[in-house]
Structures are given as C-alpha cells and as structure tokens.
Write a protein that binds this ligand. Structure first.
Ligand code: PLP
Length: 395
C-alpha cells in the first residue's frame, strides 16, 4: 500500500495512519504475519539479517511486521523515537530493568506501584544485588534525597494504581537528567492521549498495553517507548528474556489503537461523571480521582494531564463488608482484575492483593479495607450511574 509517511498532528490521526507505510500489501486492514520465521534469499542475506538490530523479518522473537506496526504507532502517540512491544506489561517492565541494571546499581522507586512491579522491585532486584529506595511520590524532595552516586534508574508510575497519586514528571525528568540517571514512567493509567511523559523529558515510557491501548479485554501485551539507543539496549535483553508478543496479539493491539482517542475521551467523561456522583454520596468516605478539585494534587495533575481516564477508587464508610456488598450488587459492572477496557470492572484491592502485598504493606501504602477500584468503561453515563446508585443502596 502507501509508502508515504504523513506528518500528523492529532492522536486519532496518528493512531490510524502512523503505521500505514509499513503495510506493503493492498489490504486496508493489514494481514497477520502468523509466522515464527522468515526466509532469506542467500547465505549472505541471512548472515546480515541475523546480526541486524531489530530485524522485522528474521525470527518473530526478534520482531515481526505486526509488532513493527504497533511500535510505529505507539512511538508516534508518545512522541518517542522508537518503541518495542512485549507479551505483557510486566514483560516490558522486566525487560527495562533487566536491560539497564547490573549488580551494585541502585534504583529510586515509589512506595506505591502496580503490585507486580512492587514484587519485582522488592523481591527480585535485591536478589540480583540491586538496591532500591522507596519514596513518597507526592514529595519531590524525597526523590532528590534518595539519589546516590550509583543510582541508575528512577522508576515512576503516575497516576498510580490504585490510589491515583501523581508524580511530578517535570521534576523527576530534570533530576534524572542533571544526575545522568535514566527515568522511566509507567503511563498505563493515563494513556498517551492524556499524558506524554517524554514531552517532559522522561527517558522512557512503559505500558501495560493489556489495558487502554488494547481496550477490549482480549489481549495481554506490553510496550516500551523512548530514544532509539535506549530501546535498542532494552530490546537486547528482551529477546533473551523472551516475553514475545504473538503476531495475532500485535494485530489485535493495532486494531484497538485505531480507536484509542475516541475511547479515552469517553473514559475521561464517564470517569469524571462517576467520580462526581460518588463524591456526593452519603455512603462514600472518599473518592480518589485526579480530575476532582479536592484531589490533593489536582493542580499538578492539570499541568501534566489533559484528561483523567476512567480509573478511580472509592472508599466506603462501611469498610470491607460494604465494599464487598457494593461489588456483589452491581448489575453492569463486573468483579474482575484488569482495567482500561470497554466494560466497567471493579475490584476490591484489599482482597485481590492479599497474597501479593502483606496487610502491613497495604496499610502503609494507604490501601484500606473499604477501598474499591473502578475502571469505568464506555457505557452511557445514565446506565453507569444508575448501576452504582442502585448497588450503593444495597451496601
Ligand atoms: C499500572 C500497571 N502497570 C503494569 C501492569 C502489568 O501489566 P500486565 O498485566 O499486562 O503484565 C499493570 C497490570 O495491571 C498495571 O496496572
């Protein structure tokens, strides 16, 4: 098809056209290169391709045209030079840390992160001789104070899962740049529609593409976006770590990306509407949503985000029992892990992460027993609010 690589302004146009030049067929919806390997015409060609950097047509663990199309689209959306995809968000986070860190290095991370990232930081990095300092992400000075001469990575996530605290991306980027430390941000909750950390000087972004980027609860995937040098370094580790995305999942991701801007606009408006409804409800003690004026970091959020997605958490006055009852009484929203898809999902972090995070750790990170995390879907606002209203009457 078209060889042209158009100059594009808006995220929806990028999502649709940024990778079109890579579709070398006449099919408008690109094919699925469902193959593990690719042929070479001669021994010389084969030798060359085997040592090439990120060959798209050598062996699918190294790359595949379906990967390449998603990577081109994500790089355009995040404003990065290069991108790579993996078979899960944790695959991308693990590849980033494995690719950049060595024994004797030091990492600065947040007290709150997605639970899988916390496990990697707390349980595995120390086993490999890498120390980690944990800071309150809402206090810039804590990041600065935690940096040591051997700090190689500052790892942040904003807004964070599940309490929606915000990290000051400009501050972290400047700190990293001034000390020669790589900075990485998990941008899963915000999406590149609402927040582009690379624009503030963060070196790389990771995603659980399982969430908003896929958007349909049907693909598990991850991504990393940054400068070509950084992505190449991490890719070298990723191909031996082996968290390879299947070509079909790459195709599904690209299909999901086609509507990312539209979906995120709807998640943003539904999230805001539900947050406003819940903050005024007598059974609700607190709503955690960076788009609300009473979020302690609402001003900072506005300086780095243009929308707040559909992720919010709510603390019920009735504690564990009320949280459980609310979830059981919802007729549309479903009790299920994951987030960022078309259907509203709700979880009770205190029970979901009871095996991964000790009770002590949950309390020290502010995860109370009455907390319910909501991933607001794409329903009509009227039905969404009616569902929560009715379930709160029961709880
Ligand atoms: C913020 C965040 N980062 C990373 C991950 C890990 O992603 P995956 O489940 O695709 O490995 C998750 C999963 O829930 C997440 O919420």
């Amino acid at each position: 098809m078209s060889e042209k690589k158009p100059g594009l302004e808006g995220p929806q146009s990028k999502a649709i056209y940024a990778s079109r030049h890579l579709n070398k067929t006449q099919a408008v919806s690109p094919p699925i290169w469902q193959t593990t390997t690719f042929s070479a015409d001669s021994a010389e060609d084969f030798a060359e391709i085997a040592i090439a950097n990120r060959p798209p047509e050598f062996y699918t663990r190294y790359g595949n045209p379906n990967h390449q199309m998603v990577e081109e689209t994500l790089a355009a959306l995040e404003g990065g030079e290069s991108a790579m995809v993996t078979s899960s968000g944790m695959g991308a986070i693990f590849a980033a840390m494995g690719g950049l860190l060595s024994s004797g290095d030091h990492v600065v991370a947040q007290k709150n992160h997605y639970a899988g990232a916390t496990t990697l930081l707390k349980e595995f990095l120390p086993r490999w001789g890498i120390e980690v300092a944990y800071v309150d992400q809402t206090v810039n000075e804590e990041f600065a104070a935690a940096v040591r001469p051997n700090t190689k990575l500052i790892y942040v996530e904003t807004p964070v899962n599940p309490l929606m605290q915000i990290t000051d991306l400009r501050f972290v980027a400047e700190l990293g740049a001034s000390r020669g430390i790589v900075t990485i941000c998990d941008n899963t909750f915000a999406t590149p529609i609402n927040q582009r950390p690379l624009e503030f000087g963060i070196d790389a972004v990771v995603h659980s593409a399982t969430k908003y980027i896929g958007g349909h609860h049907d693909v598990t995937a991850g991504a990393l976006i940054g400068s070509k040098d950084l992505v190449d370094r991490i890719w070298r580790f990723a191909i031996v770590a082996g968290a390879t995305l299947s070509p079909f999942d790459g195709w599904l991701l690209l299909r999901g990306l086609r509507t990312l801007g539209l979906r995120v606009d709807r998640h943003n408006s539904n999230g805001m509407a539900l947050a406003r409804f819940l903050e005024n409800h007598p059974k609700v003690a607190k709503v955690y949503y960076p788009g609300l004026e009473n979020h302690p970091q609402a001003e900072l959020a506005k300086t780095q985000m243009s929308g707040f997605t559909g992720m919010l958490s709510v603390e019920l006055k009735g504690g564990y029992a009320a949280a459980d009852k609310l979830i059981s009484s919802l007729k549309l929203a479903t009790r299920a892990a994951s987030l960022g898809g078309f259907e509203t999902l709700v979880v009770h972090p205190a029970s979901m992460w009871s095996l991964q995070l000790s009770r002590e750790l949950q309390q020290s990170t502010g995860i109370n027993e009455g907390l319910v995390r909501i991933s607001v879907g794409l329903e009509d606002e009227v039905d969404l609010i009616r569902d929560f209203d009715a379930a709160l009457h029961e709880s």
